[in-house]
Design a protein around this ligand. Structure first.
Ligand SMILES: Cc1cc2nc3c(=O)[nH]c(=O)nc-3n(C[C@H](O)[C@H](O)[C@H](O)COP(=O)(O)OP(=O)(O)OC[C@H]3O[C@@H](n4cnc5c(N)ncnc54)[C@H](O)[C@@H]3O)c2cc1C
Length: 455
């Protein structure tokens, strides 16, 4: 019998288990936490996620999109709330039907586990944490929540154990991969905005309250409530460490987010009760050892969350791994290196774009030139629909390689800068000159296309 062991029953591990069981593999999944369906939601980890095209395609390939779709809430535009309470809207897509979707992490994880349960070939081992992997002996050491330890002989193991992956650490300790993990100086916390009070927030939007070094994000839920994610520096003024008591927290909220403060009835309690999450970029090379051990999802390429692509790229990993298994008839000695070589340039590219987006959201979103560029992009996409497709559209609404999207984005940035040097609002744009610039853009695009499409 073909057997694969997966470490981690998070979003990627549980979707991967379904893909492999559909191919006839016996799958053992080891998860350090308890079963989230039995034990209730992950405390403080119920942050909402934005699901876009790659995530949807990944779910569809495993045959479970229709059931997951029922949990999704469309988000058609960013709603950017300024200090005075005014709101500006920026559409995500080119038309009304191009949108991303909010989904609750825990609800999604539960449904993935339920769908995986339909395959008798999948066996769960909850409350079982990997301590160490010994690849020379093909043995994994685990500890159960009752403190008992055991050794398990595996045939093939896939590390889907997230950004702090113990599989990756074990490979690194044995000198088989080189890795890096860089934390950013911001953390995040969940803030619940109740359904009754969030009624006046426009539905179907991703809400943003950008304030210099602070950012509050609001994702809509099915019940009309909004789950907020507050991003703050970990240290310094107005940081998670300085906001350490109720009066300070209340005063901070009333000053920074006066429109939202009345909608969070117990803002200090909410703030103090939720843990601070940390965010990092993970890089690793290679992602596999021979044909016996592979890393996937955040374990291989953790991203900071400012482009909403961590889960999406992880689900794309699952789909593409499955395609390589088709291509090489389940010969893992060919699948693992081919998968790594195909994915690595693309996950490096999305990592770079996530960092750029972080800077964009923090610095640019309230900047006039930045907003003009966003407007310009919409004009360009209407005027040259077959020629200008923005980097954001390529990332969110297509399965185009991330490396290709990044290359397009660089050329688009140059083009937008050249237009913005001559005009400050859409009415002032000399469109005949833009027609000329578009020819140069087309030529440069054709040159980069050949290089990146093969990645
Ligand atoms: C604030 C925030 C917002 C985000 N927003 C988005 C978004 O909008 N869109 C998007 O696409 N992505 C988003 N992400 C990223 C997304 O959450 C991750 O990319 C995704 O969860 C990765 O899935 P994973 O299964 O690889 O890892 P995880 O979800 O971290 O799952 C890993 C699993 O492995 C288990 N595990 C860990 N160590 C061990 C061990 N030693 N033994 C056994 N089990 C172990 C863990 O308990 C966990 O269940 C966001 C992330 C954050 C922090």
């Amino acid at each position: 019998m073909k057997t694969v062991s997966i470490i981690g029953a998070g979003l990627v591990g549980s979707l991967l288990a379904i893909y492999l069981a559909r191919r006839g593999y016996e799958v053992d999944v080891f998860e350090s936490r308890s079963d989230c369906r039995v034990a209730g939601s992950d405390i403080g980890r119920s942050i909402n996620l934005a699901m876009s095209c790659r995530g949807i395609t990944g779910l569809s390939g495993a045959g479970i999109l229709p059931i997951v779709k029922e949990l999704m809430v469309p988000m058609r535009a960013r709603a950017i709330h300024d200090e005075k309470g005014d709101v500006k809207y920026q559409a995500f897509g080119r038309h009304h039907d191009e949108y991303i979707n909010a989904i609750q992490r825990t609800d999604l994880n539960k449904i993935l586990l339920d769908e995986a349960d339909k395959f008798p070939l999948i066996r769960w081992h909850f409350n079982t944490r990997l301590l160490h992997l010994d690849v020379s002996r093909k043995e994994a050491n685990f500890i159960r929540s009752d403190g008992s330890q055991f050794t398990y002989a595996y045939q093939r193991v896939i590390g889907a154990d997230g950004a702090s992956s113990q599989v990756r650490t074990s490979l690194q300790q044995q000198g088989l991969v080189s890795t890096s993990r860089e934390f950013i100086s911001d953390g995040y916390k969940e803030i619940a905005i109740s359904s009754a009070s969030s009624n006046h927030l426009a539905r179907e939007h991703l809400h943003l309250w950008p304030r210099d070094s602070l950012l509050l994000l609001g994702n809509p839920n099915l019940d009309n409530s909004v789950t907020g994610s507050l991003f703050l520096p970990l240290e310094g003024e107005n940081s998670f460490s300085s906001l350490d008591n109720a009066p300070r927290i209340k005063a901070f909220f009333e000053k920074a987010f006066p429109d939202i403060a009345p909608m969070v009835p117990d803002v200090a309690g909410d703030f103090l009760n939720h843990p601070v999450g940390h965010m990092s970029t993970v890089k690793c090379a290679p992602w596999h050892h021979d044909d016996q051990c592979l890393l996937i999802g955040d374990a291989a390429h953790g991203l900071i969350p400012f482009f909403g692509q961590g889960m999406n790229s992880g689900f794309e990993d699952c789909r593409i791994l499955n395609e390589f298994l088709d291509l090489y008839h389940d010969d893992w000695s060919r699948v693992m290196p081919a998968f790594y070589l195909a994915r690595k340039p693309n996950t490096d590219a999305v990592s770079e774009m996530s960092t750029d987006n972080h800077n964009e959201i923090q610095m640019g979103i309230r900047n006039q030139r930045f907003n003009f560029k966003k407007q310009l992009e919409q004009h360009l996409m209407q005027r040259y629909p077959d020629r200008y497709v923005s980097k954001h559209v390529l990332v969110m609404f297509t399965n185009t390689n991330y490396a290709t999207a990044l290359a397009h984005g660089r050329l688009q940035s140059t083009l937008l800068d050249r237009i913005c040097n001559q005009a400050t609002q859409p009415a002032d744009v000399d469109w005949l000159r833009v027609d000329e610039l578009m020819h140069e853009y087309d030529k440069s695009l054709a040159q980069t296309h050949d290089q990146t499409e093969t990645a």
